[in-house]
Design a protein around this ligand. Structure first.
Ligand code: HPA
Length: 260
């Protein structure tokens, strides 16, 4: 049991956690019209200073399923260690969530991916140079965690039954905060990545470590560096994220309905 989540929400028995990435925070309010709980009012919860990351927890019943929606996350590039980056997911799983849905804004490396069209994460490449399970083994999961299927195929099928046009791709997680160089994007493509971003991989690892099922959804907010002539900006990323909100919302609602 996670006492901080119980204390902040006044409830136990949470079943699903959703983490919303850059520009996607508005989806929380539409999915759960609950009073937001600021991360700063949750014991030990790290807070983010990044624009487009609200830093609030929405807690309530979504399609009759007790759901925790984290609007915003903290990142390695803010100077947070992997333990802080994964704190929300760890707390949610400890509070009962057996399913974790991770969303993010990402650069599209694969030119077949459309900006603004959500894409399922089929697998990831952790290029952050760190791993949230490094250090003494706490015994909550295996010392050497199998990552053959980080992103649950059953949940991906469920998402596709809600939105049959969903594409799927491999997400490369980098530590940022710079966007990539065109040469790095060519390298990532050669490595087999379709999407690139600065989050998600650590959270997915910790959720799997604690035995939760994971669904990952990226919203490509821009062609990755060097693919289009335009320079990348956080404003562009946040705007494209917001525009993808309605479709993402329908996917999230539909998947959660299926869990009820
Ligand atoms: N690179 C890394 N992270 C991102 C990008 C990108 O192009 N777009 C949104 N997040």
């Amino acid at each position: 049991m996670n006492a901080a989540i119980e204390k902040a929400t006044g409830r136990i028995g949470w079943r699903i956690a959703i983490v919303l990435g850059s520009g996607l925070n508005d989806v929380a309010r539409s999915l759960l019209p609950a009073e937001p709980i600021s991360f700063s009012d949750i014991e030990d919860m790290p807070t983010s200073g990044v624009e487009g990351h609200e830093g609030a927890l929405y807690a309530g019943d979504l399609a009759d399923v007790p759901a925790l929606i984290f609007a915003g996350r903290v990142h390695l590039y803010e100077g947070h260690p992997p333990a802080a980056v994964t704190h929300a997911v760890r707390s949610a799983v400890e509070a009962g969530c057996e399913t974790v849905i991770l969303t993010n804004a990402a650069g599209a490396i694969n030119e077949g991916l459309k900006v603004g069209a959500p894409c399922l994460i089929s697998d990831h490449i952790n290029l952050t140079g760190s791993n949230p399970l490094s250090g003494p083994h706490d015994g909550a999961g295996p010392r050497f965690l199998d990552l053959t299927e980080v992103y649950d195929s059953g949940l991906r099928t469920a998402a596709r039954s809600v939105d049959p046009d969903l594409s799927e791709g491999v997400y490369a997680g980098l530590s940022g905060p710079t966007y990539e160089t065109p040469a790095e994007v060519r390298m990532l493509r050669t490595l087999g990545a379709d999407l690139v971003g600065m989050s998600t991989v650590h959270e997915a690892i910790v959720a799997r470590y604690l035995g939760a099922r994971v669904l990952g959804i990226s919203v490509p907010t821009n062609p990755a560096a060097g693919i289009s002539a335009a320079p990348l900006s956080h404003e562009e990323v946040a705007r494209a994220g917001r525009e993808a909100g309605t479709r993402l919302e329908a996917i999230l609602r539909g998947v959660v309905e299926g869990l009820g």
